[in-house]
Design a binder for this molecule. Structure first.
Ligand code: ADP
Length: 454
């Protein structure tokens, strides 16, 4: 065979033809079909014992068991090859699956032959193969397998009916006595085979087409999200420098000419400076968020002491809590917890959550902060008795710029970016963040991060 032809053949089995499958899925289906085969062999073996012992039907049991034994032996080889060869190429797996199905069909035909031929409704088991092949393969394969079933079963019945091979009678009266019965059974069975094949392949085609559309849309959404992040990064980066320049000019003017300026103008300039500080905060958080989104994996892996970071952050937030006479109730894990990551990331997570709890809590209230280690996970929980988050807004609080209405009323300025940043950092560490909240009762944020060794 020329190289061109080999390539053509391999292209036939390329992933494009089977886009809904991949080697991992195929391998799991191979393993599944092996388990199914063990069940089928054991089930058939038990059935022959029952027919021999309880119904005393005389069948060539030795031949049946030889076929079952051969099938079991083949299955053992399939199983061993799956254990030994951890990874098959996609075309190889497709070819192996085809071979398995063809051998199964031949074995089933032999079993039907030794157990009564057309008289044994076991021939309906062919349908399973049609369904399985329609699920596994696309285009012509299921049709070819359906035709193979028809050829095998027709040949068997033809050879038995004409006495070319033996017919093992199951009942006292043989179906072979009536040609009409034989023809009727064959016609109905063949129609069933092709209708099953048609229904299954049509259904699978619709499923594959829908999956293809969903995958495509998913890709477009991911691309749009990346584009948005790139835009955020570009805009915040470009805007930061002019805003810093405006702010330092305003600060310079208010400081240098404070005495000589009209109080109204001074007030206006100070307000403008405050606004530019807020704008700078937004830009910094936006830049940080887009950077964290771009670098999904943790780049700098340094050994960090989580307890130290948590204690440092709590110390930093103490002043804001004291200003509102809020008590920070601590229940922290005393043992050393070291993991891989960046000090700043953990500081951002703890800092944002503690700061939010303080900002959205009333004066003289209590905030409970708890940390623990469970199943190689570090867990941080913060519970406040603040304004809470309405049910219809809770799912939006991790979106960029989202601020609940009640939060806007209580705290004038907020970027709406803190929680997006926290969520992004936690996810970059393969962790999770969840929130439970009741309006006017308070909120509980819980962060779970797997502990890693460097
Ligand atoms: P910001 O606090 O700057 O508005 P965040 O992203 O940190 O931005 O929070 C987003 C929104 O989530 C807040 O505006 C607020 O509505 C809600 N939120 C966050 N933490 C709390 C909390 N502890 N209690 C009540 N609402 C909260």
């Amino acid at each position: 065979m020329s190289i061109g032809k080999v390539k053509l053949k391999l292209n036939y089995y390329s992933l494009d033809r089977f886009p809904f499958l991949n080697t991992v899925i195929l391998k799991s289906r191979l393993a599944w079909s092996i388990r199914l085969r063990w069940l089928a062999v054991a089930g058939y073996f038990l059935a022959t014992i029952v027919t021999e012992v309880f119904f005393e039907i005389s069948l060539p049991y030795r031949q049946i068991w030889i076929v079952l034994f051969s099938l079991a032996f083949l299955n053992l080889i399939y199983q061993a090859s799956l254990w030994i060869q951890k990874e098959f190429s996609f075309p190889a797996e497709i070819i192996i699956l085809h071979i398995h199905i063809i051998i199964d069909l031949i074995c089933l035909t032999l079993l039907i032959h030794y157990s009564g031929g057309i008289e044994n409704p076991v021939y309906l088991f062919y349908i399973f193969h049609i369904v399985i092949s329609s699920i596994l393969f696309s285009k012509s394969s299921p049709f070819i397998i359906a035709t193979l079933v028809v050829i095998l079963f027709f040949s068997l019945v033809y050879l038995e009916y004409n006495g070319i091979i033996a017919h093992y009678c199951l009942y006292e009266i043989s179906i072979h006595d009536s040609l009409l019965a034989v023809v009727l059974i064959l016609i109905v069975f063949f129609i069933t085979v092709y209708v099953t094949e048609y229904i299954c392949t049509t259904f699978m085609r619709i499923y594959r087409d829908s999956k293809r559309i969903i995958d495509k849309q998913n890709k477009q959404l991911i691309e749009a999200d990346k584009e948005k992040t790139r835009f955020f990064q570009f805009a915040s980066h470009e805007l930061k420098a002019p805003v810093i320049a405006i702010k330092s000019t305003l600060d310079g003017v208010t400081k240098s000419f404070a005495g000589s300026l009209d109080p109204k103008i001074l007030d206006l300039l100070q307000r403008a400076s405050k606004r530019s500080t807020q704008l700078l905060t937004i830009l910094k958080e936006l830049l940080e968020l887009s950077q964290k989104r771009n670098i999904k994996t943790i780049m700098e892996n340094e050994k960090i002491d989580i307890n130290k970071i948590l204690n440092d952050t709590i110390r930093n937030e103490k002043t804001s809590a004291e200003q509102k006479n809020i008590t920070l109730n601590l229940d922290l894990n005393k043992n050393d917890i070291t993991t891989c990551g960046r000090y700043e990331d953990f500081e951002k997570v703890f800092g944002n959550l503690i700061n939010n709890a303080i900002r959205y809590s009333p004066n003289n209230s209590v905030i409970n902060i708890k940390s623990e280690v469970n199943n190689h996970n570090f867990i941080f929980e913060i519970q406040d008795t603040g304004i809470g988050i309405p049910d219809n807004e809770i799912h939006k609080i991790f979106e960029e710029f989202y601020r609940a209405e009640s939060a806007k009323k209580l705290v004038n300025f907020g970027t709406g970016l803190g929680l997006s940043l926290v969520k992004q950092i936690v996810e970059n560490y393969s962790g999770k963040i969840s929130v439970k909240s009741k309006v006017d009762r308070g909120s509980t944020f819980r962060v779970t991060i797997p502990i890693k060794t460097c």
